[in-house]
Design a protein around this ligand. Structure first.
Ligand code: F6P
Length: 482
C-alpha cells in the first residue's frame, strides 16, 4: 500500500488530532502517503473529494499537532447508507481515482456501523474515538445477548433489547477498555463538578449537573472524581422516592447537594428524561436535551417550597439549579492519557491496513501485568446476529444504585485510566498560555485557515457536477491580477 486515506467522523473529541498524528508518523516510517479526507464521509459524497496531503515527502505538515483538540480535517455526522449501492460504487471509484488503497476511519459505534459497506469495496479499519466511551464490549460475547423485537414505532421497524449476561465479568476481558476522548471529557466534567460545589455550599443550593454520554453512563461515573454527592446513570432507572429521600438527608446535614446526571437517564418505565424532542441526527441518534431540567421539575414537585422555607432558603425553584457541562467536555487540549493512546491507536490502524486486515478495529486493551496495550479486532466480533453494532453501555455493576456512586469494581475500572492521566506538561501549558498577553491583543487564528490553503480537489468525472466548491487556484489568480 502506497497511499491511504484517513477521515474523522461523528462528534469531535479532544484526541482526534492525536490519532491522526500517530497514524501519519507511523505511515512516514513505512513510506506510505496519507490523504486526510475533509469533513468525514461528507468528502466522499462530494464529486471533487476535498482532501489534504498530510505527509508530503513523508513528513507531517505542521498542522498535524497531537496537542490540539478537535480535528484539523473536520468531521460530520454524514454516514454511508448500505442500501444505496450506486452511491457506494461512486464513493469507491472516487477513492480509487485518488489512488487511495486503504482507509482509516476515526470514529465511534456509528462510524463502525457506517463503514461496513465500504469495507466490501476497499480495505477499511477503524481507530476508535468518542467521549462517550461506548465503543467496545464489556466482554467478548456481548453482541450475542442482543435480541430484536418488532416495533412499528422504532427505527427500521425493530427495537433491540439486551438479555441478562451469562459471562463472569473481568476487567481484563473488556474489548477496547477505553476510547480516546473519554479521559479528557471526565477531566473537564470532574473539574466543573468540583467548582460548582463551592457555589452550592455558599448559597445553600442543590446543583444538578448534566454530563454527556448519550445512553452510556461512563462520563457520569468518571465525574465521581469531582466528588458529587450523588451520580445518576442511564443504565439504572431512577428510583425517585429513594433519590428524594437521600437528597433531603444530605441537605439536612450539609445544606447543599451536588448531583451529576448522565444526559440519557431514564425513569422506572424506561422513558428518557431528557428526550424533549424526537429529532434525530443524520446517523439516527436521538437528540437528548434537558435531563437535569426534567429532574429539577420533579424535585420541585416532590420536595416542595415548604421544605426549603423551613431552612429560610426561599422556594424550591430558587434553591435548585441546573448546569450542563456541555460541549466544553468535548473540546480543547487532550490530556496526556488521551494523547498518548490515541496516537498509538492511529499507528495501529496503519499497521492493520498494511498487514492486510480489512474491516478491523484498533483497540486499547488493559491487563494488570502489561498495563494498556493496542490490539486489533475483527469488526464482525462487534456485530450482533443481524449485523448491527450497538453502543456499549457502562457495565451496570460499575455503579452502586443504593449509594448512587461507583461501586468497588467501578472504582477498579477507573483507576488504571485516571491515575497519572494528566501530564506535567498539561498543567504547564495552562500556566504559560491562558493569561498570555497575546490572547488579549491578537485575534484568534483558526487552524481551519491554514488547512484550507492545503485542501486539494479532484476534477469531477464526466457527468458529475460540482455545485459546492469553488476552485482554490483561479480565485488566487484573480486576486493577484488586481
Ligand atoms: O456522541 C458524542 C456526544 O457528545 C454525546 O455525548 C452528545 O449527546 C452528542 O454527541 C451531542 O451532539 P452534538 O454536538 O451534535 O449536539
Amino acid at each position: 500500500m502506497k497511499r491511504i486515506g484517513i477521515l474523522t467522523a461523528g462528534g469531535d473529541t479532544p484526541a482526534m488530532n492525536a490519532t491522526i498524528h500517530g497514524a501519519v508518523v507511523r505511515a512516514n516510517q513505512l513510506k506510505v502517503e496519507v490523504f486526510g479526507l475533509i469533513k468525514g464521509f461528507n468528502s466522499l459524497f462530494n464529486p471533487r473529494v476535498p482532501h489534504v496531503h498530510l505527509n508530503p515527502l513523508y513528513q507531517e505538515i505542521p498542522e498535524v499537532d497531537p496537542t490540539k483538540g478537535g480535528t484539523i480535517i473536520g468531521s460530520s455526522r454524514d454516514y454511508v447508507d448500505p442500501e444505496k449501492k450506486a452511491e457506494l460504487d461512486l464513493v469507491a471509484s472516487r477513492l480509487e481515482g485518488l489512488g487511495i488503497e486503504g482507509l482509516i476511519c476515526v470514529g465511534g459505534d456509528g462510524t463502525l456501523n457506517g463503514l461496513q459497506p465500504l469495507a466490501e469495496r476497499l480495505p477499511t479499519v477503524l481507530a476508535p474515538k468518542t467521549i462517550d466511551n461506548d465503543l467496545g464490549l464489556n466482554y467478548p460475547n456481548e453482541p450475542d445477548e442482543w435480541v430484536r423485537i418488532k416495533d412499528a414505532q422504532a427505527n427500521h421497524g425493530f427495537r433491540y433489547e439486551q438479555r441478562a449476561s451469562q459471562a463472569v465479568f473481568d476487567l481484563e476481558y473488556i474489548v477496547n477498555y477505553v476510547t480516546p476522548g473519554y479521559a479528557t471529557a471526565v477531566f473537564v466534567s470532574a473539574g466543573g463538578v468540583e467548582r460548582i460545589r463551592t457555589t452550592a455550599e455558599s448559597h445553600r443550593r442543590i446543583a444538578i449537573i448534566e454530563v454527556m454520554g448519550r445512553h452510556s453512563g461512563y462520563i457520569a461515573l468518571g465525574s465521581a472524581y469531582g466528588r458529587p454527592d450523588i451520580i445518576l446513570v442511564p443504565e439504572h432507572p431512577l428510583d425517585l422516592e429513594h433519590l428524594v429521600e437521600r437528597v433531603k438527608q444530605l441537605y439536612d446535614l450539609q445544606k447543599n447537594v451536588v448531583i451529576v446526571c448522565g444526559e440519557g437517564i431514564v425513569d422506572n418505565r424506561g422513558r428518557e428524561l431528557g428526550a424533549e424532542t424526537k429529532t434525530t441526527d443524520p446517523a439516527g441518534n436521538i437528540a437528548l436535551s434537558g435531563a437535569a431540567e426534567a429532574l429539577r421539575h420533579k424535585f420541585i414537585q416532590m420536595i416542595g417550597d415548604r421544605y426549603f422555607q423551613l431552612y429560610r432558603r426561599g422556594t424550591a425553584r430558587e434553591a435548585i439549579f441546573t448546569r450542563k457541562v456541555g460541549h466544553t467536555q468535548r473540546g480543547g487540549r487532550p490530556i496526556l492519557f488521551d494523547r498518548f493512546y490515541a496516537a498509538q491507536l492511529g499507528a495501529k490502524a496503519v499497521e492493520l491496513l498494511l498487514e492486510g486486515h480489512n474491516n478491523a478495529v484498533a483497540t486499547l486493551q488493559y491487563n494488570s501485568k502489561k498495563g494498556f496495550y493496542v490490539d486489533g479486532f475483527d469488526a464482525n466480533r462487534f456485530r450482533d446476529r443481524w449485523g448491527y453494532i450497538h453502543a456499549r453501555h457502562m457495565y451496570p455493576a460499575f455503579y452502586d444504585p443504593k449509594l448512587m456512586k461507583p461501586s468497588r469494581i467501578g472504582i477498579d475500572y477507573l483507576l488504571p485510566i485516571f491515575t497519572d492521566a494528566i501530564g506535567e506538561d498539561d498543567m504547564e501549558h495552562m500556566r504559560r498560555t491562558l493569561f498570555s498577553q497575546g490572547n488579549l491583543a491578537q485575534p484568534y487564528h483558526s487552524i481551519n485557515t491554514d488547512v484550507n490553503k492545503r485542501i486539494r480537489y479532484v476534477a469531477p468525472a464526466g457527468g458529475e457536477t460540482d455545485s459546492e466548491i469553488a476552485p482554490a487556484m483561479p480565485d488566487l489568480a484573480k486576486r493577484s491580477q488586481v
